[in-house]
Design a protein around this ligand. Sequence first.
Ligand code: DP6
Length: 380
Amino acid sequence: MLTAPDFRFKNSNTNLPEKGNYTWKTPSNIALVKYWGKREPQLPENPSISFTLDACFTLTTIVFSKRDLRLSELSSKPDKKSIKQVHVNKSVPFEIYFEGVKNDEFKPKIKKFLDRIIHYVPFISNYTLVITSRNSFPHSSGIASSASGLSALALCIMSLEKEINPAITDAYFNKKASFLARLGSGSASRSIEGELVVWGKHEAFNESSDLYGIKYPKEIHKNFKNYHDTILLVDKGEKQVSSTVGHNLMYQHPFAKQRFTQAHENLSKLNIILQNGNLKEFIAIVESEALTLHAMMMSSNPYFILMKPNTLEIIRKIWAFRAQTNSNICFTLDAGANVHILFPEKEKKAVNNFIVSKLLLYCQKGDYICDRVGLGAKQL
Ligand code: DP6
């Protein structure tokens, strides 16, 4: 297991490339055991596990252009050997183009991210960054893009690190990418690898860490191969309460301690289920996790509700369909009103029919996204 100092950039190579241009396609993910509650610096209060998705992804390119530091900013301190130190903790100049248009709205979040990670990747302060990014899903779909968006930035930066220091291993590359992504958004730490990722220290996984996500280390039962996630877009508006605010409300939450204990227990149970393929037990944990997440929101101070009437209608219909057909369909929710419908590959025909005929009327403009478990981020 690696600790934070292991992620400090150690290479003394001052021959930085003049330019770098890296593109990554990074997936979104859907948590089965939820992360809700964190402490500084972006450490989870409980471990979580997620399916990596496939169709919902972000495509990001970063072009790094070396700055002439001595001319632009070091004119009063032309001491070569101090270049690295002088520029640690300096802001990194960058521009962001989202869906083809210059976007200043995302700048504060990215600036905060770069400021947080610069300690671990000080070489980026030698560059100007031009970031171009787009999502496969509409920005206004109510699907959080922070996981895929921030993991993409982390991976592009790691590609530059790898160019400067080719000796780093793939394992280190992935762990550090996850570590950096986490500092931008907790769930982004789970958007590097597939098909299942555990983030947060848990006794069943020796290699697990609060600092980064790890690929689920055991053989996954065939029932969970190619698992489907059809996302019903119930409400595409901006969330009234951001995840960050919601996480913070767990500090004073009367049930926080029990909740964190429960997440540990649920992950222990799910670990067994993922290996033995028991779908009924899988459903019981996954749905309970989703409703517990929203119960935490409803019982925090101030309290809030992110589900909409149609979220509940869909849940009722799923339960009725399951009772009638003995299907293994189930739902989960993230911090919003949209419903993720999970089901095994072998039930895809029946469940798709059910979704199209009975559930689309609860979606905004009938919109939904067919996704499934994916294999992780890819460099293009
Ligand atoms: C409900 O990762 O979006 O989706 O760390 O503040 O960026 P920050 O929060 P974020 O929280 C996601 C919470 C969740 C559950 C989960 O994905 O585990």
